[in-house]
Ligand binder design. Sequence first.
Ligand SMILES: C[S@@+](CC[C@H](N)C(=O)[O-])C[C@H]1O[C@@H](n2cnc3c(N)ncnc32)[C@H](O)[C@@H]1O
Length: 428
Amino acid sequence: MSTPAPRTAASIPVSRFGHLVHAMKNVMTLREPADANLHYYFRVNRELGGQDRAFIADNIYAALRRKRLLEHLIGPDATPRQLALATLMKLQGINARELEPLLQEGEAEWLKQLKAIPTSDLPLAVQADFPDWLMEKMRAFMSDADILTLARGMQQPAPLDLRVNSMLDKRDDVLHTLVKNDGIAAEPTPYSPLGLRLKEKPALNKNPLFIKGKIEVQDEGSQLIGYLLAPQRREMVVDFCAGAGGKTLLLGMLMQNQGRVYAFDVSEKRLNNLKPRLKRSGLSNLHPQLIANENDLKIKRLAGKIDRVLVDAPCSGLGTLRRNPDLKWRQTPEGIAELTQKQAAILLAASRLLKSGGRLVYATCSFLPEENQQIVEAFLAQHPEYKLLDAGDILAAHNIPLNTGKYLQLLPHLNATDGFFAAVMEKS
Ligand SMILES: C[S@@+](CC[C@H](N)C(=O)[O-])C[C@H]1O[C@@H](n2cnc3c(N)ncnc32)[C@H](O)[C@@H]1O
């Protein structure tokens, strides 16, 4: 029999902690997205079990959410090991005595000093845990108190939202199966008629509901964007930036597998990820097409022929900080300036597809006006043939009780969704 790994009083095996330090070292380089980095780490370290992975991922994400606080406490040259220990003690509330079996010489004293550092009266940027450039951008349109409230919402882990495929089952029946058969705590989402919110994050990829295409993982905010486009059964629809098809699948389902949805994207990899989802969904009205850029000939051929176009534009992703906290450290003002140019170019190219009377929805998962209102307002100023429709009215017509004004604007602390923006326009 092999000797069991040494355990701490808090049941953190030394080897599990060692992996946390290693993974922390890799992720904190911020050279690639944290989820891709962790995915790779877990693939290489196959011996790690479910609990090890959950422990490593939880603590890495906690550290990314509060990286600025940790560096404020430890100093700018914090080592991965110090970050891991400080995360466990300061962010996860594990007391120093419980950590003792993991500690090397001098670390007990270091943790004691760390614990004594007061965390009241911290500078706003440290409390918000945002980089300076983002604070500066936000201060241009928000009060300090509002920045802090928004930031605290973004520091919480996100729940897991599902969308029920209403072509294959009813939301109530899926909920019943999840709760009664699978013992998964879930409830209907407050706004989307197709959404379910799970309390925990169980692995679903082997669940029969998932395998049969009855559920897809999709944030409730993302589901609402489908209701803003509101495609009708026999229409021609374009999802201009379809990615792996989160919204395309919803559109095809809302059209009851009739009509035609073109799913365009410049990323072959993302479109390939749509394929297994499409197969599970049972839909046959979706047509993925790789394009070289927004002016591709495939798009030009459809000019003036499309009833509804969704532009789910490439954006900073700052609205998804609950899930991707590394984005606030990986994004730059220059990167955002580049994105805004792309967003304007894509919106313009996408608008050329529409018939008169057609509907254009521009959406992002960002809360920055420069990626949102400013793009839409500049477009409307140049294109008087488009008028803005009221997003609240459109949702109300679908019995969705959510009115954030003419634009749809969602934030975690207000709506329990990711941060989303959407504008609905109609071509006269
Ligand atoms: C926000 S993501 C889309 C997410 C997707 N709609 C979903 O719901 O899962 C933006 C997408 O825009 C794509 N993209 C970037 N530049 C583009 C362009 N010029 N034309 C079309 N798509 C583009 C990216 O590859 C990315 O998949």
